[in-house]
Design a protein around this ligand. Structure first.
Ligand SMILES: [Zn+2]
Length: 329
């Protein structure tokens, strides 16, 4: 883990904040609920009486199984009465449940002593300065994906499909990728000119997978190449560990491949990385403005054909000005 002590402490403080926020909300709601439905207090008293009387019964020689079965039944009845009272006063039945950001670890960051997926992703966000990822992703997700920005009467370079028909296929492939991710993984190559919604689509995928607790690292290709360079020229441990995440995260997104400053060194590192991820069965999404032929010219056919034969291609076409206007709203 490439977190410094300070970063770790800052992260744990965030979890503490979340926990105190949750308990403030619960105690506020408890007061609100009990003043709206005072008979709940009486119900609570009955619950504690039942627990006490079942213990007393056991101590006075009653069969344990019978005593606990009886009290369990009574407690169930009280629970139902409680839910009905809350509902008829207009409160949802989980009103006093803490509003966890992550129900899996109950906002503690740990499950059975192991770091929770939410902790791992938070660490990745810190290390890769992805602090803005959540903001972008709150706007760019499948719910906001609007097929209507792709025109029915827009065609490109002799393509048989309209931009709209093409986008429908692209969207289906992207949602399938998300649905099958845990089982099948896989890799995507998003092709299309600037402004056709490639980044938007890869953000939609990232958002859906992050919500499932899958670790995602997002880089523009220039940023990624900078990390490769730093790793080679500044041999410090932090950068080396950082590098491990790039090989190991569940999904690596490389945006805008082909816009980086290229030299034979960075190119070799890129394909070493992509190859290594294939061997480790880790998924990668690459988006690029380059056409397949241009990719081959830029990065050598031998490498591109080997790597990209493992990628499913999604192509987006469309009237970029119109799409940009709608997407950047
Ligand atoms: Zn968690």
């Amino acid at each position: 883990m490439a977190l410094s002590n300070e970063q770790y402490d800052a992260l744990m403080r965030e979890y503490n904040h979340k926990q105190s926020r949750n308990s403030r909300i619960v105690s506020y709601r408890t007061k609100e609920l009990y003043s709206a439905v005072p008979s709940l207090t009486q119900l609570d008293e009955e619950v504690s009486k039942i627990s006490i009387s079942s213990i007393t019964a056991i101590f006075s020689g009653k069969d344990i199984a019978t005593a606990s079965a009886e009290s369990k039944k009574k407690l169930e009845e009280l629970k139902m009465r409680r839910i009905n009272l809350m509902k008829s006063a207009g409160f949802p039945e989980d009103y006093l449940e803490p509003p966890y950001d992550c129900p899996d670890c109950k906002d503690t960051g740990y499950i059975n002593g192991e770091r929770c997926h939410c902790f791992k992703q938070a660490a990745i966000n810190i290390v890769y300065k992805q602090s803005n990822i959540n903001n972008i992703l709150s706007k760019e997700n499948f719910d906001a994906f609007d097929l209507d920005v792709y025109d029915n009467d827009y065609f490109e370079d002799g393509s048989e499909l309209s931009a709209r028909a093409n986008a429908e296929i692209a969207l289906e492939k992207a949602t399938n990728f998300v649905q099958n991710f845990r089982e099948k993984g896989g890799n995507l190559l998003l092709l299309g000119r600037t402004g056709c919604g490639k980044t938007f689509m890869s953000n939609c995928i990232a958002k859906a997978l992050l919500d499932q607790g899958i670790s995602v690292i997002y880089f523009t290709s220039s940023e990624l190449f900078r990390v490769f360079e730093e790793q080679t020229f500044k041999k410090n441990a932090n950068v080396a560990e950082l590098h491990d995440h790039i090989f190991d995260c569940d999904l690596l997104i490389i945006d805008d491949l082909g816009t980086e400053f290229q030299n034979s060194f960075t190119t070799a590192r890129l394909f070493q990385c992509l190859n290594e991820r294939l061997l480790r069965n880790k998924s990668t999404i690459i988006s690029t403005n380059l056409k397949l032929e241009e990719l081959r010219d830029t990065y050598s056919e031998r490498i591109t054909s080997r790597v990209f034969s493992n990628y499913e291609v999604i192509k987006l076409i469309g009237n970029d000005i119109r799409i940009k206007k709608v997407i950047s709203k």
